[in-house]
Design a protein around this ligand. Structure first.
Ligand code: SAH
Length: 243
């Protein structure tokens, strides 16, 4: 198997539907996002989640594809994207390639080791993203630390449910992806979704049936949400919970 064959499989199963997403997933090779000594690397091009250490997983490729397809009309050159629970960094790379040098992608991950490792993975997988940042200013996120950055992206260590952490952002993000399941739609994430923006997140009880939900904010700031499909994700844990 290879990344190319995996992408062909995702096309034939209709997880990938557009040329843009086919291209970006071909360019972001999943093998760079597994720990280097991983015992599961023989399965890297199979369409299933795989452990990345610290009891966390890289999502199945078809979930990466669905996410990118669902958000793709909000991911343009220059768009601003937030990836909550960025884990391996796979989607940060995809978002950064899709939004180009004028875009801005923020990943936030609550496990420092994963955040650190994802920075290296993104740079190894797509060396063009390792170029120095085009914008010199960087937000300061209370209670978080910047683990690394490149051309148009940053990965932060911090808890996205911490009210203060993302509080410095206004209605700024054209697209938000949440890679872990919340018990209900987090209000702090709704607040920072731009008007006309889209958020995709799994919602439901821990290790129970969960639903992938699409939240759209219209131009007047009103939210509409729709249930898309049943899913199983690791929990989105609040700051007060110890790891
Ligand atoms: N899309 C990622 C999914 C990683 S699994 C990938 O494919 O690699 C989900 C991640 O969410 C885990 O790494 C977990 O540590 C992180 N996470 C869970 N709750 C969080 C929170 N409140 N804030 C930030 N990250 C969180």
């Amino acid at each position: 198997m290879s990344q190319l064959k995996l992408v062909q499989h995702l096309k034939s199963s209709r997880a990938i539907q557009t040329k843009r997403i086919e291209t970006v997933m071909t360019f972001v090779d999943r093998r760079f996002f597994l720990p280097q000594d991983s015992s599961v690397s023989v399965h890297v091009y199979e369409d299933r989640p795989l452990p990345i250490g610290l009891e966390q997983t890289i999502s199945a490729p078809h979930m990466h594809a669905h996410t990118l397809e669902l958000l793709q009309d909000r991911i343009k050159l220059g768009s601003k994207i937030l990836d909550v629970g960025s884990g391996s960094g796979y989607l940060v790379s995809c978002f950064a390639l899709l939004t180009g040098p004028t875009g801005f992608v923020v990943g936030i991950e609550k496990m420092r080791e994963l955040a650190e490792r994802s920075v290296q993975s993104i740079k190894r997988a797509n060396p063009e993203l390792a170029l120095p940042p085009t914008q010199s200013t960087s937000p300061s996120l209370p209670g978080c630390s910047l683990e690394g950055s490149g051309l148009n992206w940053q990965v932060w260590y911090g808890n996205a449910l911490d009210e203060e952490a993302l509080g410095c952002f206004g209605e700024e993000f054209d697209a938000i992806h949440v890679g872990a399941a919340a018990e209900s739609i987090p209000p702090n994430l709704c607040r920072i979704l731009a008007r006309g923006g889209k958020m995709v997140l799994p919602v439901g009880r821990r290790w129970d049936s969960q639903t992938l939900v699409l939240v759209e904010k219209d131009e007047k700031g009103k939210r509409h949400s729709s249930d898309l499909m049943g899913v199983i994700y690791v929990p989105l844990t609040p700051p007060e919970e110890e790891d």
